[in-house]
Design a protein around this ligand. Structure first.
Ligand SMILES: *[C@@H]1O[C@H](CO)[C@@H](O)[C@H](O)[C@H]1NC(C)=O
Ligand SMILES: *[C@@H]1O[C@H](CO)[C@@H](O)[C@H](O)[C@H]1NC(C)=O
Length: 358
């Protein structure tokens, strides 16, 4: 809590406001970035390391976020690990959650090679089966502090279950009101959980993944609920309620819901020539003035619960120049990535805001 005191016409006013990390401004800072985009090879995917691409302008790396009314300690990797001594930090979500996970691994290590960090994916069943491109997640343990940081891929934050296990072309029941099985299985091992979802809630992704919405164990027949926006809201409310009940049982557990990461496609979408060519930082302004989140679905879902909002939407909306854009390593002509971010980059700030709230 913050107390503001001001005096008008000899009257003293006290106003208590909650510190709102999402209200503030971007400031140029020579101490950024927190790691080099040429380094962090142990954790940073080449596809997100814009320093390895044709891009030549990296001015987007040189900013930090300054909230108006909150203290923010400078991020220190060793201090982060010290706070997370004997603890496990779990990111659960889609590829933007994976970006935040890789960012945190790089921030904590300063992008330096750390041979002593142990791959403990096996403890969580995160192993790559033969013939599969990647495992469902990654988990790394820092032996000095016995801290683990992990990511688990769950694009919808729902339990996904094959409808006919013997059919290779089966559809999948997507249980809107059940958390991913992984989270149910391992939550007792986690101390900090950061959830995110959003970009897979469209008909195209549902068709490609052969997801069939279910609620209360049955296919959804309610037309209202089956509308994409309503289904997403229902799933988010369900998992927030579930996590909140777990925090009540285990008060040491901290739960965050990261708001949606904004897209910046202009003149089309990712598959219809949309682009984000601006390279100049902060042409959209450097400040967020609004009090409310730009992601009302998550803001409403966490209201009155012990799950905290990690509100990065409006902050990141100002940073259209920080996307991969057309500089991807395996760029297909005409396909621009105005969804994912260059690393180091904007997701580092999300982790600084997380750090401030831990
Ligand atoms: C490491 O931390 C876990 C909890 O996350 C604890 O159960 C375990 O005993 C710790 N191991 C050591 C060697 O301290
Ligand atoms: C499940 O899939 C198998 C293989 O395609 C098929 O033979 C079987 O009839 C299916 N079962 C049901 C209940 O649809």
């Amino acid at each position: 809590m913050y107390s503001l005191i001001y005096i008008v016409n000899n009257l003293l006013f006290f106003i208590s406001t909650d510190c709102n990390y999402a209200k503030g401004r971007w400031i140029a800072d020579s101490r950024r970035p927190l790691y080099s985009g040429f380094g962090c090879k142990q954790w940073l995917s080449d596809m997100w390391a814009c320093r390895l691409t044709q891009r030549t302008d990296f001015s987007y790396e040189g900013y930090r976020w300054q909230p108006d009314n909150c203290e923010m300690d400078e991020f220190q990797g060793t201090e982060f690990l010290r706070r997370m001594q004997d603890k496990t930090v779990a990111f659960i979500g889609d590829s933007l959650g994976r970006q935040q996970f890789q960012s945190l691994m790089c921030m904590v290590t300063g992008g330096e090679e750390k041979p002593e960090v142990e791959d403990v994916g096996w403890k969580y069943g995160l192993i790559k089966p033969p013939g599969v491109v990647r495992p469902d997640g990654w988990a790394y343990r820092f032996p000095d502090t016995n801290s683990t940081i992990l990511f688990y891929w769950s694009a919808s934050l729902c339990e996904i279950e094959p409808i006919n296990v013997t059919d290779p072309a089966t559809e999948f029941a997507m249980h809107l009101d059940r958390p991913p099985a992984f989270l149910g299985q391992f939550l007792n091992h986690f101390d900090v959980v950061i959830l995110n979802t959003g970009h897979h809630w469209n008909r195209g992704k549902f068709r490609a993944n052969r997801w069939v919405m279910h609620a209360k164990g049955r296919p959804v027949t309610d037309r209202k609920l089956a509308e994409m926006g309503n289904a997403k809201k229902y799933a988010i409310q369900s998992i927030v309620r579930w996590l909140d009940s777990k925090i009540h049982l285990h008060p040491q557990l901290k739960g965050f819901f990261r708001t949606i990461s904004p897209r910046h496609f202009l003149n089309g979408d990712w598959n219809t020539g949309g682009h984000c060519d601006n390279l100049t930082p902060l042409t959209k302004g450097s400040e967020v003035f609004q009090k409310k989140s730009s992601d009302p679905v998550i803001e409403d879902a966490v209201k009155g619960t012990k799950v905290k909002i990690l509100d990065i939407t409006a902050i990141s909306l100002l940073r259209d120049e920080g996307h991969i854009s057309r500089y991807s390593i395996k760029a297909s002509a005409g396909i621009n990535d105005c969804l994912h971010w260059c690393l180091p980059g904007i997701p580092d700030t999300w982790n600084e805001l997380l750090y401030a709230q831990l």
